[in-house]
Design a protein around this ligand. Sequence first.
Ligand code: ATP
Ligand code: MG
Length: 405
Amino acid sequence: MEYTEIMVRYGELSTKGKNRKDFINRLGGNIRKTLKVFPEVEVHPNRDRTHVTLNGANSADVIGRLKKVFGIQNFSPSLKVERTMEDVQRGTLELLKDQLKAGMTFKVNTRRSDHDFEITTDVMNRDLGGFILDNFPGSIVQMKNPDITLRVEIRSNGIFLTSEIIQGAGGLPVGTAGKGMMMLSGGIDSPVAGYLGMKRGVDMEMVHFFSPPYTSEQALAKAKELTGKLAAYAGNVQFIQVPFTEIQETIKEKCPEGYLMTIQRRMMLRLVVALAKQRGGMAVFNGESLGQVASQTMESMAAINDVTNMPIIRPVVSMDKNEIIEIAKEIDTYDLSIMPFEDCCTIFAPPAPKTRPDIEKTRYYEKRIDVEGLLERSLAGVKIENVHAEQKFMNQDEDVFTELL
Ligand code: ATP
Ligand code: MG
């Protein structure tokens, strides 16, 4: 079935009062961004709905992309026909021919926004219902919970027929909540946390620490490819790679083993906050989940959080691992996340990190390193690149294989 238009309905955004206009415009912009690959498509945001005119673009491909746009409650692919009964009938046949089978129930539900149109909603419901009964032997009219509801919308520029409502991604349009900095490792948790933040409207930039030669090119590529997965929800996403080797080596050399992890994390956080300040980020996001590993106790969070008062948002903090994995599978990051490339955190992980680091001791041991100089040199080596939806970075063949060995 090739549709002509998609009617997009808003979710929570309808309740946002005076911000409504901004939300609708932002959503319209996001839809345009994700549909940029179809130059023929037109996007028309209105107060109650956004109309996406396909102009011949493949509706299945467009639908696939719309499913990932936050702020859409649901949408209906529809067929636009001329404002005559014959055209409505012809469109109805085309729309229902693969859907309405013998024994199935249906109803017709007409809405008339153009009240000058000569046929009333009741007459349309009744006449078109009769036409369907005549043309689909074995079909049954049923008002309550029918298998198929054929919606007929009479507007001044045409009549729109739809029989399907497809669930959207929900949430709020990306960008309506401001910018956030996501600490993205190659693990399972942080991509899910990033997704959840984006779902609440955050325009997320990905910050990834890497430590060559201890971490491989493939580990870096994996983080970028995860960013590509998340970019499908935003159109494109900035990937910020931050060199971390010198910092890790210095901490390892100068600080006691039990505090390596805490001090490393404090340095990471300082760098993310510095980047946020440069780039207009308002909060730091990470994938910490309470009690999952040593660095994720409340004592540890306090000792790490000690270096900044910028909000740190932890979208998966109270989720169980299996709940996080479920979302990772849904958003298609799981298979990438479980590929066994070393993260910089695991490389220098001491056998027994302190699960209850003491803030005073942490501050004391940290005085042994040149915090400012290390930050400055790391920031000087930052690289930023624009990653688009589903962009690939991993070397697909022999390198992956040798690394797995
Ligand atoms: P994840 O599955 O997200 O890697 P994790 O359970 O492995 O999380 P940790 O390794 O303790 O947990 O990391 C906690 C959080 O610190 C991560 O969720 C991520 O937000 C951040 N983080 C860890 N390593 C990096 C990295 N190399 N670059 C950026 N952020 C990182
Ligand atoms: Mg990890």
